[in-house]
Ligand binder design. Structure first.
Ligand code: F6R
Length: 580
């Protein structure tokens, strides 16, 4: 995820664009850059760091011109550095591009551009050269033609030395055009320009647009001009940064279909040639629960023993781990102190190490033998949601790689969309239970880790005491807690342990416990055993965690919102736990 912005009009582009990318900085902030066009020349300044830091060095507002594009980066290909910062310039210096997305066939395209010297390690730079190669006096046509050769996702913003137009296009990454009077704007979202205009045209996938000072023309996939009326938005700047959502957490929950789509194409690999004797998955909190799902799927499919440990325990447990073993660290931030210490210990003991990390070039990523980056984009809400789902996708892919088993992940995004469309129902359920002081979460098999994750989400953002249990454990102690004041969330999709969890639900009902069931939408029986139902689509058994977690995130969110909690910054917590 990155932020892109563009301006064409009569004002000084650089001054305006600096404010735009500051507003987009939540989308990524490891490097920043700007390009303006004036008097037949492209002017470029860019560098690694946050917008304010880089601006202090490079003084963006002093750049000349009334046309420009800017970018704030969240690295995917190529570490954060001055040379990898966007925009990128074509080989003759005439065309500049800013890109958000991933060009999957960039290596192939790079080969077709032999003789051109590449100045960065990014996938995006290839677009600048490709567009120049296809340029025959019409920038729009050159962009449209070039994008036909591209496989991947993009929102791109392109200018050239003539200062007459900005050309934009999108597929899979968001892009909005702000319509002004004698000036027009571009942004990854409206926060880039909402201070100047509230009239906006959203581009759809495979559309492109030519934006001039006094006109905006939209083109479909075949390059035919189409008409689209601007919408008027009623957002203020704060709302706009959250994409219209009340909190980043809610926005991030809603980003999950796209995150799964992006994560499906993540290449996975191992730092060892031989099959590991054992796998250790070590992490903290939510990342650890992703690891627990990983244990079930890897052991089931690849028949390799997997141990999952809290990083804080692993390091003091004198673990028996060695050169035949694979150690997997999972971390959104890549900076969690305990996970880092566990990694160092595993390395010291000779294990092969692999990290599954969201933040590029973070310490754990750098210190592991191999790293697989999740594609969740920056996660701002302290409660992890979209990073978790991306970690799960990587673990399914690793299990598939080890075992040869095929998981059909491609239907998951639309199924998550279907769950998100039930948001009102989940909100109504939250209204019934938000005053409870204690909650139980139960699940079996692969959904046991989701019970733990559901309980963690609720406690951390709503401050309600909640515990997750393997539902078969209820009779061994926790059922003593059941009363009409302690609701139980039962994760009960139609899988092979369905009848078992239904029995556990009946035992709870028999003791006056209220039950909220996460259940398959086609389950005609479940209403007999539950007070409230959070429906999910059906899927193959092993993939249920990718679906069952979503209503639990929303339930926790709405309960916390009804309790007026500070959802994005819950008390006592920090996004990155860099101390033991
Ligand atoms: C819970 C949450 C935490 C983190 C944990 C590990 O919502 O976010 O439990 O999962 O602190 O953090 P990372 O993944 O950055 O190592």
């Amino acid at each position: 995820m990155c932020g892109i912005a563009g301006y064409i009009g009569k004002k000084k582009a650089a001054e305006l664009l600096l404010k735009s990318i500051k507003n987009l900085e939540y989308r990524g902030y490891d490097s920043v850059g700007m390009v303006t066009s004036s008097e037949g020349k492209i002017h470029i300044r860019k560098g690694a760091g946050k917008v304010d830091e880089v601006n202090a060095k490079l003084d963006f507002p002093s750049m000349p011109g009334t046309v420009g594009i800017a970018h704030t980066r969240w690295a995917t290909h190529g570490k954060p550095s001055d040379r990898n910062a966007h925009p990128h310039i074509s080989y003759s210096g005439k065309i500049a591009i800013a890109h958000n997305g991933i060009i999957e066939n960039y290596l192939e395209l790079k080969e077709s551009l032999q003789g051109i010297e590449f100045k960065s390690d990014t996938d995006s730079e290839v677009l600048a050269h490709l567009i120049e190669k296809n340029y025959q006096g019409n920038l729009l046509k050159a962009v449209q033609l070039s994008l036909k050769m591209v496989i991947g996702t993009y929102a791109i913003c392109v200018i050239n030395t003539n200062s007459e137009e900005i050309v934009v296009a999108r597929n899979g990454s968001p892009l909005a055009i702000g319509i002004g009077k004698g000036e027009n704007f571009v942004g990854s979202d409206v926060s880039a320009f909402v201070a100047h205009t509230k009239k906006v045209i959203y581009l759809n996938d495979f559309e492109s647009a030519e934006i001039r000072t006094n006109s905006v023309s939209i083109f479909n996939n075949e390059g035919k001009k189409i008409s689209r009326e601007p919408k008027t938005i009623d957002w203020d700047i704060e709302k706009a940064q959250k994409g219209g959502y009340k909190h980043f957490m809610l926005k991030e929950i809603h980003e999950q279909p796209q995150v799964v789509r992006d994560s499906i194409s993540i290449p996975v690999f191992f730092p060892m040639k031989e099959r590991p004797s054992r796998i250790f998955i070590v992490a903290c909190g939510t990342a650890g629960y992703a690891g627990l799902v990983g244990k079930y799927i890897i052991e089931k499919s690849a028949r390799i023993p997997v141990e999952v440990a809290y990083a804080s325990e692993f390091r003091y447990a004198e673990p028996i781990i060695g050169k035949d073993d694979l150690f997997i660290a999972i971390s959104q931030s890549g900076e969690t102190a305990d996970t880092l210490a566990a990694l160092r210990l595993a390395k010291q003991k000779g294990a092969h190490t692999l990290a599954i990390i969201n933040v590029m070039d973070s310490t754990i990523a750098r210190e592991s033998d191999a790293v697989i980056y999740t594609r969740a984009g920056p996660e701002i809400g302290v409660a992890s949601t979209k990073a978790f789902i991306s970690q799960l996708v990587v673990l399914y892919k690793l299990a598939a790689e080890l075992s040869g088993k095929k998981y059909d992940l491609t239907t998951i995004p639309q199924k998550i969309d279907a769950i998100l469309s039930q948001e009102e129902k989940i909100k109504e359920t939250a209204k019934k239970y938000f005053l409870a002081h204690n909650f139980l979460y139960i699940g079996r098999n692969l959904n046991f880790p989701i019970a733990l994750e559901g309980a963690l989400k609720l406690k951390e953002i709503s401050y309600i005491h909640a515990e997750g249990y393997a539902s078969g454990e209820m009779k061994h102690g926790p059922i003593a807690l059941v009363s009409d004041e302690v609701p139980t969330v039962a994760i009960a999709p139609r899988d092979s342990t369905y009848s078992k969890i239904v029995s556990n639900m009946q035992e709870i009902k028999a003791r006056n416990g209220k039950i909220i069931a996460v259940a398959s939408e086609k389950d005609g029986e479940i209403a007999k055993h539950a007070d409230d139902i959070l429906p999910i689509p059906t899927t193959e058994e092993d993939l249920y965690p990718l679906l069952t977690v979503v209503p639990l995130q929303l339930l926790a969110y709405y309960i916390a919102d009804l309790r007026e909690c500070d959802i994005d910054k819950p008390r006592n917590l920090a996004k990155s736990v860099t101390v033991e």
